[in-house]
Design a protein around this ligand. Structure first.
Ligand SMILES: [Zn+2]
Length: 247
């Protein structure tokens, strides 16, 4: 089982990442071209952009759930096996960040070191967590494949990959993608770029079907605390209730 999957996975991860990344840029894709039902929606849920002061800033989060979703269709195994294969990514939060003047199509980007210095994620106490300087070789290999795949898309060479620890200094997970939670990525003000706070809410709609509002029975996102239709406060979902809420 392992022997069959080992040589297969790098090609799969590379290939499917290409599909998913291209999907983010291609507005005109049709349903029949999509490798998985909600991948395009997933890409959008994992991306935040801001244009202000003549500068554009983009943060894309390669979340664990997105990585699973963008590879599972072509993977010759079940989710558990795929999670096992890429478990080396589990301890990290992987983001791709861009800062550039509005209207420039290529070549103008902040120095990678400047982006690294400016980028932080916030832990549950609002403390800034810096990206790692060193990552294990298999994570570096994965990022190299990701970079190569993204490099095939125009404009994408200006992105900087950042790897943050998934846990804070106290050992608490910074974001739990399975539950109602939030990841905040901060690009601090620097070199004429205003501060950009990219907030990502979980669980992802693309990865979890809507639940029914107990009051109005309409579909509500699992990431909502209040029903957007009738305004009632929504209970934590069944699996949230069963687990210890994150501190
Ligand atoms: Zn409602």
């Amino acid at each position: 089982m392992t022997a069959r999957h080992k040589p297969f996975l790098p090609a799969v991860l590379g290939g499917l990442v290409v599909i998913a990344v291209v999907a983010a840029w291609a507005e005109e894709r049709t349903d029949s071209q999509r490798p998985g039902a909600d991948l395009n929606a997933f890409v959008k849920e994992c991306a935040r952009a801001r244009a202000a002061n003549g500068k554009v800033q983009v943060v894309r989060w390669f979340s664990w759930e997105y990585t699973i979703a963008s590879n599972i269709e072509e993977y010759e195994g079940n989710r558990e096996q795929l999670e096992q294969e890429i478990r080396y990514l589990r301890p990290y939060i992987i983001c791709m960040v861009m800062r550039k003047p509005v209207g420039t199509s290529h070549g103008v980007a902040l120095d990678e070191a400047d982006v690294r210095r400016a980028a932080k994620v916030l832990d549950r106490h609002g403390r800034a967590v810096a990206p790692l300087d060193q990552v294990p070789p298999e994570v570096a290999d994965y990022l190299a494949r990701l970079r190569e795949a993204i490099g095939r898309v125009a404009m994408a060479a200006q992105y900087v990959f950042l790897v943050f620890p998934r846990q804070d200094v106290d050992g608490n997970v910074i974001v739990d993608e399975q539950r109602r939670d939030k990841l905040t990525v901060v690009l601090q003000a620097a070199d004429g770029y205003p501060e950009f706070r990219a907030e990502f809410r979980t669980p992802f709609d693309a990865a979890s079907p809507p639940i029914k509002c107990p009051s109005c029975a309409d579909d509500v996102s699992r990431k909502w605390s209040y029903c957007a239709w009738c305004g009632v406060k929504l209970p934590a979902s069944a699996d949230d209730a069963a687990a210890t809420p994150p501190k």
